[in-house]
Design a protein around this ligand. Structure first.
Ligand code: MLT
Ligand code: MN
Ligand code: ZN
Length: 305
């Protein structure tokens, strides 16, 4: 059995975000809103033998590891359950945690697309910086639909699915998209045959992405914004969710409409921005999700595959 564990369910900034006083951030800080704080975007895949793949290395990874003893099995004076890190993109909320893992005892295996590895060796030179600490053992992911395994987790078959979202603002490919800037992940447990699809950044439901979602038992997809103009309306940004590479949930062509068409047994929104009204458990938007059978990921959520 493969265990999928949500380490961090918020988008960049987390919830509450340090400098934000929006209704959600202020409300959760003051305790006047029924909502749960969330750390920044990461999941982990574990086998029955204390081995884990961390998918996205969040800036909050140390707090996430403290909250998740299973990832620290303590079999030796210095130990970790983390066998490798796998990256969906080179966004700050998905890669900065690599710096926090610098005490690793050997080069840390990192699986990412060539485009992401290129950003991490140039614009955000984590590979060079970390070569002075544990070092990163980088592996470029195939983007042609070939399944792969990450040792020693032999029972989980992974496939990188290139998709449309956005490279980070610091990347030279922010406005000149390269294949592999963003991927989704097909996760199949070889024993049970159960399948999940994870895509925390998803700008558009391309036909091959719709097929992936349709074939999965569990989908965990982009839950960043409820409304495309959410950040603009609050005066926080000139950008729409789409400008940032995220498909909003509401309205025609929104994520809810797509999720409604899927046979998946679990439909879960993840990578939730702190401005999103679905974080307020008493909001009409949250009730609307309930009515559609759509769940909102939270830190510590566990799904068995
Ligand atoms: C995004 O996906 O757009 C990010 O959460 C941005 C960030 O890391 O600040
Ligand atoms: Mn993000
Ligand atoms: Zn906020």
């Amino acid at each position: 059995m493969t265990t999928l564990k949500v380490l961090g369910s918020a988008a960049g900034g987390g919830f509450p975000q340090w400098n934000c006083n929006c209704r959600n951030c202020d409300g959760v800080r003051q305790g006047t809103l029924r909502a749960t704080p969330r750390t920044q975007s990461s999941i982990a895949l574990g086998d029955a033998h204390q081995n884990w793949i961390v998918v996205n290395a969040s800036p909050d990874i140390l707090a996430q590891l403290r909250a998740t003893p299973a990832l620290q099995p303590a079999r030796a004076p210095r130990d970790t359950g983390i066998a490798a890190v796998l990256l969906m993109d080179a966004q700050i909320d998905h890669v900065t945690g690599l710096l926090m893992l610098r005490e690793h005892r050997q080069p840390l295996p990192v699986y990412a697309s060539a485009a992401v590895l290129s950003d991490l060796s140039t614009a955000f030179p984590l590979t060079r910086m970390l070569s002075h600490y544990c070092g990163l053992d980088t592996r470029a992911l195939a983007l042609d639909g070939t399944a792969f395994s990450i040792p020693p987790l032999q029972d989980v078959a992974l496939t990188a699915i290139p998709l449309e979202s956005k490279a980070p603002p610091y990347s030279p490919s922010r406005n000149a998209r390269r294949l592999g800037d963003n991927i989704g992940l097909r996760i199949v447990d070889r024993k049970s045959g159960r399948r999940a699809f994870y895509a925390p950044g998803l700008a558009r439901i391309e036909p091959h992405v719709f097929d992936e979602m349709g074939a999965a038992d569990v989908v965990l997809v982009d839950g960043t914004c409820w409304h495309d103009d959410e950040m603009k309306d609050l005066g926080f940004s000139a950008k729409t969710a789409a400008d940032m590479g995220h498909l909003a949930q509401s309205g025609p062509g929104g994520m809810i409409e797509t999720l409604d068409q899927l046979p998946a047994t679990r439909k879960v929104l993840i990578h939730i921005n702190n401005t999103n009204p679905i974080l307020d458990e008493d909001s009409p938007q949250r009730r609307e999700l309930d009515a559609h059978g759509i769940e909102v990921a939270y830190d510590g959520m566990e799904i068995a595959l």
